[in-house]
Write a protein that binds this ligand. Structure first.
Ligand SMILES: [Ca+2]
Length: 278
């Protein structure tokens, strides 16, 4: 019987020790993105323009994934072409934890960086240059042991030259990706977006506001005038009547006149009878 009790006690103890590991179950996340959907931004010194759906395979995101196992996070970014280690190109993946905290990881010129609430620095365990998938291994200890992580966004940049040349390529993916433009014009055959379209939209929006103000302002002015006129008319009606206290007020007696005697009061005196009447 004692042996059975010891076995039960060991099982209970082992269960208690393993409970945290069981509670922190493995998790993973992944996103996918279409190909041939790279943006192109261009500046010629006087105006700029976006082009959509441009071919740029080495930064054209096709997917990304993360998975947690054994105290590490494995993260990957997959592109249509090949991962390149050059300073012109950035590969970036943004993760968020259960509290909304961000973990930003980006790779450029052969170095992988991370910026998180708990850690800022470089990551050593990076591979995939020359293949289609960039792979990064992150320690949960460095990340502060978040309970879970999800992919917020994946972005890539290819700066053709320095900033002065005014040209770069850009791709985005993920639920919180910031699309540089939204082209709703289906008649735009060459997928070029001119800056004038934004100005026109802006003018239309401003025009609607102006129209609304043109309608609202006269109505407000008319309401104010009506209120003022009603108040003035009421004031005039009250001014034509004498105040009750002035209309019925007893005028003061003239100076030198004796005060009026009280008729029938005790203070009154009966005049004497004429002589011979007795
Ligand atoms: Ca893509």
């Amino acid at each position: 019987m004692k042996i059975k009790k010891y076995v039960v006690a060991i099982i209970v103890l082992a269960t208690l020790l393993l409970a945290p590991a069981i509670a922190s179950a493995q998790y993973s996340d992944s996103i996918s993105d279409s190909t041939g959907d790279v943006f192109h931004w261009e500046w010629d010194g006087t105006s700029y323009r976006w082009r959509e759906n441009v071919e740029r395979p080495d930064i054209d995101i096709t997917g990304a994934s993360i998975s947690e196992s054994g105290g590490y996070i494995y993260a990957s970014i997959e592109v249509k072409g090949t991962i390149r280690a050059t300073y012109e190109i950035h590969y970036n993946i943004m993760l968020v934890d259960e509290d909304g905290e961000s973990y930003n990881i980006w790779y450029t010129d052969g170095v992988c960086y991370i910026q998180s609430p708990h850690f800022y620095g470089t990551l050593e365990q990076v591979s995939g240059v020359g293949t289609s998938t960039l792979e990064v291994l992150l320690s949960l200890e460095d990340l502060g042991y978040p309970a879970s992580l999800e992919i917020a966004s994946v972005e890539t940049h290819d700066w053709l030259d320095d900033v002065e040349s005014g040209e770069y390529y850009y791709d985005t993916a993920g639920p919180e990706a910031d699309e540089p433009i939204e082209d709703d014009d289906e008649d735009d055959d060459n997928d070029e977006i001119d800056i004038d379209e934004g100005i026109i939209d802006d003018l239309i929006e401003r025009g609607m506001w102006c129209l609304a103000l043109i309608i609202i302002i006269p109505i407000v002015i008319i309401i104010i005038i009506v209120i003022v006129v009603i108040k003035v008319l009421k004031k005039d009606d009250n001014g034509g009547e004498q105040p009750p206290q002035q209309q019925y007020q007893q005028p003061p007696p003239p100076s030198g006149q004796p005060p009026k005697q009280n008729q029938g009061g005790q203070g009154g005196q009966t005049p004497p009878p004429p002589p011979g009447s007795r």
